[in-house]
Design a protein around this ligand. Sequence first.
Ligand SMILES: Cc1cc2nc3c(=O)[nH]c(=O)nc-3n(C[C@H](O)[C@H](O)[C@H](O)COP(=O)(O)OP(=O)(O)OC[C@H]3O[C@@H](n4cnc5c(N)ncnc54)[C@H](O)[C@@H]3O)c2cc1C
Ligand code: SF4
Length: 486
Amino acid sequence: MADPKGFLTTGRQVAQTRPVAERVKDWNEVYVPGSLLPIVGKQAGRCMDCGIPFCHNGCPLGNLIPEWNDYVYREDWQAAGERLHATNNFPEFTGRLCPAPCEAACVLGINQPPVTIKNVEVTIIDKAWEAGGVTPQPPERLSAKTVAVIGSGPAGLAAAQQLTRAGHTVAVYERADRVGGLLRYGIPEFKMEKRHINRRIEQMRAEGTRFRTGIEVGRDLDARELRRRYDAVVIAAGATTSRDLPVPGRELNGVHFAMEYLPVANKVQEGDFVTPPLTAEGKHVVVIGGGDTGADCVGTAHRQGALSVTQLEIMPRPGEERNANQPWPTFPMLYKVTSAHEEGGERVYSVSTTHFEGDEDGNVQWLHLVEVEFTDGRFQPKPGTERRIPAQLVTLALGFTGTDRANGLVEQFGLELDERGNVARDADFMTNVDGVFVAGDAGRGQSLIVWAIAEGRSAARGVDRYLTGTSTLPAPVRPTDRALTV
Ligand SMILES: Cc1cc2nc3c(=O)[nH]c(=O)nc-3n(C[C@H](O)[C@H](O)[C@H](O)COP(=O)(O)OP(=O)(O)OC[C@H]3O[C@@H](n4cnc5c(N)ncnc54)[C@H](O)[C@@H]3O)c2cc1C
Ligand code: SF4
């Protein structure tokens, strides 16, 4: 334990964000570069090195948090980086994007603000990259076994990196034109700059992983043919089917799924469009769905110059403190003010959209809503609360219903699905098809990056055992594991 009195003498201090007026004019990450470095040592010193570190359980990767807190306090950045990489392939993704269930489980959090674990994590990995400490780790010998990974999101990348390092020859198939999955085309640049993905991909290429972009398995390449060509297959295709809102007017121009809107904005940042085909500029924007995808739409619309941004949520506004049925160390559903919300817009709770109204050219102009209350097991409209709000761009951020069924991948492999529409798997992450494994959102349903990486690592162990009869690769999670809520 680095500083026995740290938790008594030091208060919690988090990464500083850039002023709103400055950051909405650009797409760079919202944080002040370098603001963590002067404070992170003392913050790590708040860790109590608990006998039972609940943060380990809170983190699906089982990150060795007290160990790296100690190294950071002692300024041994190299050791901290090694311990961090021992459990996490991509800490620069989680250190920026994870909602940090570890912090919800931090013992200090019982009666004080928890340790800033996520901020410590991102500082360790950023320093490691800066110091040239993140280098390719190619295998010493090859196994002569081949693996195809379908999908290049965090689950596919983690599985591919683990299997490549174990000596297998791995090719990642990705239907998009660039690698990264939702990290690339869902999550906006202001939450994570894409240079972080690019340099990881360079590392992975140097280790021997091959990437084949622009190929949709099922549509461009028969899944059975892929299975014949490789000794094993990992499906890490995500849960990309968006939940729709089938109300009158849904067909109007200007009503889009969030995942039609956000990729265009990300492609602008990649330099693909000068004039984007879809933008919030000069429009009244309504985002339906109060979650993180919705918040990403809000931040994107601000930067594009929306006239107004309103985010609607059917649930009531959550509380700011844990309530009795979400005790420590569970991950509580609390009222969150994300960086996008700090930047403006209005959030409206307990409302439901009844229909959209358009002009004579078929363009959406108004969204009609009604206030609701939860009675008799469902949301009931409150009579007399109907109203309309201006809406020239509407994004639907209502979650996802499972893996894409349109390309034929599920049928060609003959995959069994579970009761929630996800690809079913056994304890080794293998599907009902011999040698075909599944990891990440495709098997778990829409979740988090940290779960995707943990599943990718665990599925890699299952594949390695299948190919060689044994494995020394770690398996941080089982397919049935559920977090202490996220
Ligand atoms: C807008 C948005 C914001 C989010 N923000 C956060 C956040 O801040 N923090 C967090 O922890 N989580 C966040 N999430 C959730 C997180 O991104 C996902 O849980 C995670 O990316 C899942 O990883 P995955 O590898 O399973 O799938 P994905 O990232 O979805 O990757 C799947 C990949 O497979 C490809 N693919 C699909 N089918 C095929 C096929 N047949 N052939 C070839 N390629 C195929 C897809 O193109 C895609 O690239 C967010 C999600 C969204 C939608
Ligand atoms: S990956 Fe997420 S849960 Fe794990 S230590 Fe980092 S911030 Fe915490």
